[in-house]
Design a protein around this ligand. Sequence first.
Ligand SMILES: [Zn+2]
Length: 303
Amino acid sequence: MTRRVLMIFWDGVGYGKKDAATNPFFTAHLPTFTTLFDGEIPSLRDQKIYTKKAGVVPVNTTFGMKGLPQSGTGQAAIFTGVNASKIVGQHFGPYPHSSLHSTIREKNLFTQLHQRGKKTYFANAYPQRYFDYLAAHKARTPVVALSSISAQQPLHDHIELAAGKAISADITGTRWNEFGHQDVHPVSAAEAGRRFYELSRAVDFILFEYFLTDYSGHSKNMETAVDTLERMDGFLSGILEHFDEATDTVLFISDHGNIEDLSVKSHTRNPTPLIVVGNQREYFTSHIHKLYHVTPAIISFLT
Ligand SMILES: [Zn+2]
């Protein structure tokens, strides 16, 4: 029986207050998440929830350092397994600090899994204008993209997205015509989730990166934030349609809080919820307490 990990990295998601005025988790319609947690939504008050289908536990994002956690160091910690903020001497972002580039290139999760004979897939697709941007601003390559490229996994483009071999960063792919790609047609969030699950069948580890959660948090806009969370709920419903609890694990992790508190524009120091779906949830919820535990936990689980 081959084990598989389907990981969703959503940027800027922490535990918030049970307050529908500031926390979109308590405003949005999230039938898939609520069903997994027997009608509950994780919050600062209810951080640990275990049900027959899923588990959620808090993960520290600050490492005892002052200041607000940032994406460069938080993501480097998640995707390499090192305490990146300590190496840099502060939380740093949104791009990886230059002192972390070689660590990300050599120790990223994809490369470490390849070295152990495992197959991986980074599902996101990028429009041509983003490839142009990266070509002109190499130092601004975000952690996940840099990890994938360093592991000889080139980023997917509009052609692969149109062919159903990738997922749009916004899940549904509504803006690709604006980006100049008429070949990409929008899909429902559930359809994107079913596609993500199908793509996972050929590999041991698949990743989708969702940045809209952080974007929505910075916007402080409830309508945007609700739409962002409802898309993810639909995506998860599609993943779970053919999900095999015995072999498959879905794992959600974030780099820092943000969207859970729309009363502030900035990131938060709130812990982030590690959400795990599948029969192996106990393993992950008992091994991951800090962001830099994610990579070693996935590697030992799969090898
Ligand atoms: Zn941010």
